[in-house]
Design a protein around this ligand. Structure first.
Ligand code: HSE
Length: 417
């Protein structure tokens, strides 16, 4: 029978209050929040004062509390709380993707060593049950690819600016007001948040603990009107889509770069704060999950689902990690991209392996072709500093096996008119 859990909650912001709401309005499942740890003494709280504490040890040392729910903003402070809780033998539920991605190996070891459960469905893609699906349903099948839209804020901004012609600043402000954005939205718009989620998903999909620093993230900050025009003329939408891909040599690559999405792609109609995840299995083929990727109640619902799972003694088994489903991580892959550039000097920096289209116009220039991911990693700062925009033109990722000579198959030169 399910145990009625006693919860010590850290953080009472957007997700914390979302959890409080869904817990209090759930008919079936019940659990008691015993104490809530917060930082800001000046904020008015919607719960009676006796529930609030400013001293974390009051929660961590309370023997009555069997589950710590960590929903604070600060990843390093969260790591201290979570690791201490695990060491004390308390189960933990967290939504903190940054903390998880940056400390995945240590946290994996801690929950194993202390034989406690660490659950984090809410950390990745809001209310979409992606971690549990990978853990439970796809625990045996070899996966080929996981891709999708993992960040609600950028998807909201892209939807509102492109389809509804709102300004970037207004769209971002709305995403902040609606509780979608991180407190520092750089994490969203520069693709860090999607990268952290990719690192977490890669563990459950491919069994790999990938270092977040090894994963390229290029966001949407340099998107210009001309890029939107290019995409719109071809009938594409622009989405920020991480790709985690198994390669023929059984290594895995992962990166976060904007992508042009065609109408026949499942992700085409995933708009606003919604997220979508496409899981491609060796035998099962493509599966598509869609849901609210951000927001107080959907994320609170995902946290509650983990608490409910805990009440039944649930723990991740990390089967793919234990069974070593993949042979490590690589960035030595070729991807096909559109690059808006300013001068020929840019192309000397970002050298293409193969060019399929080149346009030199009065207002802007672009090139479409194949490039080594490692080149993009090396030149990431250059790309951002010089306001270049890069977008994948498809989701193909291939091993960089044979380096072909630079080949221009189609070149369009438009003389300034
Ligand atoms: N800032 C995140 C997003 C919140 O926009 O997706 C959910 O993880």
């Amino acid at each position: 029978m399910a145990k009625k859990l006693k919860i010590g909650l850290f953080g009472f912001g957007c997700v914390g209050q979302g959890l409080y709401h869904v817990l209090n309005n759930s008919t079936g499942f019940k659990a008691d929040i015993i104490k809530i740890g917060v930082k800001d003494k000046t904020k008015k709280r919607i719960v009676p004062a006796e529930f609030i504490t400013y001293d974390k040890s009051e929660i961590l040392n309370d023997p009555e509390i069997d589950v710590i729910v960590e929903l604070i903003d600060d990843a390093e402070e969260a790591f201290k709380i979570v690791s201490e809780a695990l060491k004390k033998g308390k189960h933990v539920v967290t939504a903190n993707k940054k903390m998880l991605a940056l400390h995945l190996e240590e946290l994996y070891d801690l929950q194993q060593k202390n034989n406690v459960s660490l659950l984090y469905e809410a950390s990745s893609c809001g209310s979409i049950p992606i971690i549990r699906s990978l853990e439970e349903y796809f625990d045996n099948e070899e996966l080929e690819k996981v891709t999708g839209i993992f960040n609600g804020t950028t998807n909201y901004i892209l939807t509102k600016t492109i389809s509804e012609k709102l300004s970037y600043q207004v769209a971002l402000k709305q995403a902040q007001e609606k509780g979608f954005a991180e407190s520092d939205p750089t994490n969203d718009v520069e693709g860090f948040d999607a990268k952290f989620k990719s690192v977490i998903i890669a563990l459950h999909a491919f069994g790999l603990i990938i270092k977040a620093n090894d994963v390229l993230n290029i966001g949407i900050t340099t998107l210009h009107e001309n890029d939107i025009k290019y995409a719109s003329e071809k009938g594409y939408k622009i989405k920020l889509t991480p790709i985690i891909q198994r390669l023929p040599n059984n290594q895995v690559s992962a990166f976060v770069i904007p992508r042009f999405i065609k109408e026949n792609n499942q992700l085409f109609n995933v708009d606003n704060e919604f997220n979508g995840v496409i899981v491609e299995g060796k035998f099962s083929g493509e599966q598509f999950l869609q849901g609210r990727g951000a927001g107080s109640y959907p994320t609170g619902a995902a946290v509650l689902s983990d608490i409910s799972a805990l009440s039944h003694g649930y723990k991740y088994e990390f089967k793919k990690h234990v069974q070593k489903h993949a042979d490590g991580f690589t960035n030595n892959v070729i991807v096909e991209v559109y690059l808006r550039y300013n001068s020929e000097g840019d192309l000397k920096k970002i050298e293409f392996e193969e060019i399929s289209e080149k346009y030199t116009g009065k207002e802007y220039h672009f090139i479409v072709g194949k490039v080594n991911l490692q080149t993009l990693i090396n030149e990431k700062e250059y790309i951002l500093k010089n306001d270049l925009f890069i977008s994948l033109v498809n989701d193909k990722v291939s091993l960089n096996a044979n380096k072909e000579n630079l080949k221009i198959t189609k070149e369009k030169e438009l003389v300034n008119k």
